[in-house]
Design a protein around this ligand. Structure first.
Ligand SMILES: NC(=O)c1ccc[n+]([C@@H]2O[C@H](COP(=O)([O-])OP(=O)(O)OC[C@H]3O[C@@H](n4cnc5c(N)ncnc54)[C@H](OP(=O)(O)O)[C@@H]3O)[C@@H](O)[C@H]2O)c1
Length: 263
């Protein structure tokens, strides 16, 4: 989809990768609708990019309920949904509280799926749309200290593949973005737990991982939307784990050639 004149809703747009995606989408001529909890940062960025700010806590089901309808009534139709907001609780599972555990699955997996559920009928009615889900290479590669986080990302990647199967033949594109280390607040937090930091260090030493700047990620996301690419994997040198995890999905896709995908 050509982004010029389209509206892109980006969650987690107050900072980090989401802020960069908002900047790149605006530079490509899109209107941006920004979602996060930090009202000040969100309003400043929305003002700068001539977009709209929508304060919402994606860890709260009540706040997510009807969110797409509220954004569309304030800003207009959403052509592209970028599910970028995420949290990571790094450390041993037993050190997490039950509340933290619920939050990580809600923000990283349940809310993105719920926002897709809300937006898809609207996109289908309009005959256009694109969904981008920001996942992680850790969804296919287990690192110590990230068991819950990685499983939310494995879920989001696999959900996006399932959604793509549901939407086969429909005018809605999907992109899953599987990322390695991107210097942001989240990466600093993940590196604060020694076993996780030491594991990342091993992969840096093996030259399998290398930091990628968030602006590079944002430009790749814009390109993927424009060219209807199903995957963005960065750094490319680490993409092999995600490609191996993708193999059974591709096998099923091939085996289902010619089988109707809609009721
Ligand atoms: N950085 C990495 O190395 C890396 C690697 C792989 C994947 N990723 C993924 O990339 C995405 C962006 O991460 P990042 O590195 O940019 O993280 P970040 O700098 O910590 O930013 C996270 C964003 O999510 C928002 N957010 C967090 N909790 C929220 C909630 N309950 N409701 C609404 N918004 C919420 C934050 O806004 P507020 O605090 O204002 O709400 C912020 O805008 C995440 O999905 C992450 O899992 C990151």
């Amino acid at each position: 989809m050509d982004l010029a004149g389209r509206r892109v809703l980006i969650t987690g747009a107050s900072r980090g990768i989401g802020e960069s995606i908002a900047r790149s989408c605006a530079a490509a001529g899109a209107s941006v609708a920004l979602v996060a909890r930090s009202e000040g940062q969100l309003s400043r960025l929305a003002g700068e990019l001539h977009g709209t700010a929508h304060v919402a806590d994606l860890g709260d089901a009540g706040s997510v309920d009807g969110l797409i309808a509220r954004v569309e009534s304030d800003a207009g139709p959403v052509d592209v949904l970028v599910n970028n907001a995420g949290v990571d609780h790094v450390g041993a599972l037993g050190a997490m509280s039950a509340v933290e555990l619920e939050q990580i699955y809600r923000v990283n997996l349940l809310s993105p799926v719920e926002l897709c559920r809300q937006v898809l009928p609207r996109m289908l009615d309009r005959g256009r749309g694109h969904i981008v889900n920001i996942s992680s290479l850790s969804g296919a590669a287990p690192f110590p200290g990230l068991a819950s986080y990685s499983s939310t990302k494995a879920g989001l990647t696999h959900f996006t593949a399932g959604l793509r199967a549901d939407l086969k033949g429909q005018p809605i594109g999907t992109t899953v973005v599987e990322l390695g280390p991107i210097p942001t607040d989240m990466l600093s937090n993940a590196s604060s737990y020694r076993p996780t930091a030491a594991s990342f260090q091993r992969f840096y030493q093996l030259q399998i991982l290398v930091d990628i700047q968030r602006e590079t990620v944002a430009d790749a996301v814009v390109e993927a939307i424009s060219k209807d690419r199903r995957h963005v994997r960065l750094p490319r040198r680490a993409a092999v784990t995600a490609m191996l995890a993708e193999a059974p999905r591709r096998f099923v896709e091939l085996a289902l050639t010619g089988v109707p995908h809609q009721a």
